[in-house]
Write a protein that binds this ligand. Structure first.
Ligand code: GFB
Length: 310
């Protein structure tokens, strides 16, 4: 991408989109287009068609999506599948109609089978059943990456896909019902510290394993991929290391400085037992995540305090 290339970042107010904009600006890209939800409803086929016709972006980062944690994914399956399919269909197809040079589609590590061999290689896609708590979302994301591959095959486009592991960082969703585990724990430990509550409740058994990537590291990978990655097959983006939810709770507790007890609520779902990504592909190209989990949590918590998010 040339520094003055016209780049559209869809979903620029979200966790991922806002990090992409920060990374692009830091690297001197000076022609970034963004639209708020109010200005452009990405579910509206006509409005998206009009936007692409008028703006003619050269590069597209498709970071707009309906996302949420384990409970939101299992409660609102219809919204997750409908909204994600609509948004990605509109963006991918209109990118094709308007000659976008390169598009980067964002998926998620939940596209892989529930009981996948670990670490998960890109080629394990569609080799087994999906995890039930997020199958609707996963099917939408699998459809998106297949659309990219199909357009490349039939129309000769250059649409690439990145599959990030569990993300966290600045501009995350801290709503206790709909968030992912990391922002939820930041909120729970912070509120318990402030109120002097004797215990904090963590959902599930605490035994399942997850890999966490700081969103600014993801954004760095995505700009790297836009400039260097041209494979038809998607690429995993993670750290290559995972920890249990119980270990994560201990780190968040330490960073926040909470001194009470942790209790586990096993009536809440655990989700998939493990989803550690195999990072051979991007590591082999020279890209690696830089931020340690503890540093990333510290940075996120500092941002929460500075911006009075909680
Ligand atoms: O982050 P999370 O919601 O999503 O939950 P998934 C990860 C693990 O943390 C689960 C536990 O075992 C949860 O039970 N957990 C403990 C909590 N306490 C909490 C809490 O207070 N809130 C939440 N949310 N979890 C999502 C998928 O799965 O991962 C999406 O549903 C997406 O599709 C995303 O792929 C990356 O890792 O289980």
């Amino acid at each position: 991408m040339e520094k003055n290339a016209k780049i559209y970042v869809a979903g620029h107010r979200g966790l991922v989109g806002s990090a992409i904009v920060r990374a692009l600006q830091a690297q001197g890209y000076n022609n970034i287009i963004t639209k708020t939800h109010k200005e452009l409803d990405l579910i509206d086929q006509k409005a998206v068609a009009e936007f692409f016709k008028t703006e003619k972006p050269e590069y597209v980062f498709q970071a707009a999506a309906k996302v949420g944690g384990i409970l939101a994914n299992s409660r609102y399956k219809a919204e997750f599948i409908y909204q994600n399919l609509q948004i990605q269909n509109n963006i991918i197809h209109n990118s094709y109609l308007n000659g976008v040079k390169k598009l980067l589609f964002l998926g998620s590590s939940c596209i892989y089978p529930k009981l996948c061999p670990q670490p998960i290689k890109e080629e394990y896609l569609l080799s087994g059943y999906l995890e039930e708590t997020n199958d609707a979302y996963a099917i939408a994301k699998i459809t998106g990456l297949m659309m990219c591959r199909s357009y490349n095959a039939q129309y000769g486009t250059n649409y690439i896909s990145a599959m990030p592991t569990n993300l966290y960082g600045i501009n995350d969703n801290f709503n206790p019902e709909t968030s992912h585990v990391l922002p939820a724990l930041i909120r729970k430990f912070h509120e318990a510290k402030v109120s002097g509550a004797p215990t904090v409740t963590v959902w599930g058994t605490g035994k399942v394993l997850r890999e966490f990537l700081f969103v600014d590291d993801l954004a760095d990978a995505l700009v790297f991929m836009m400039n260097n990655y041209n494979d038809n097959i998607h690429a995993n983006v993670g750290t290559g290391e995972d920890i249990s939810i119980a270990q994560l709770a201990d780190i968040v507790k330490k960073v926040i400085g909470y001194e009470g007890q942790i209790v586990y609520d096993s009536s809440k779902p655990d989700g998939t037992p493990r989803k550690l990504l195999d990072m051979s592909k991007l590591h082999g190209m020279g890209w690696k995540a830089k931020t340690s989990l503890e540093d990333g949590i510290r940075k996120t918590y500092q941002w929460v305090l500075d911006n009075k998010i909680l």
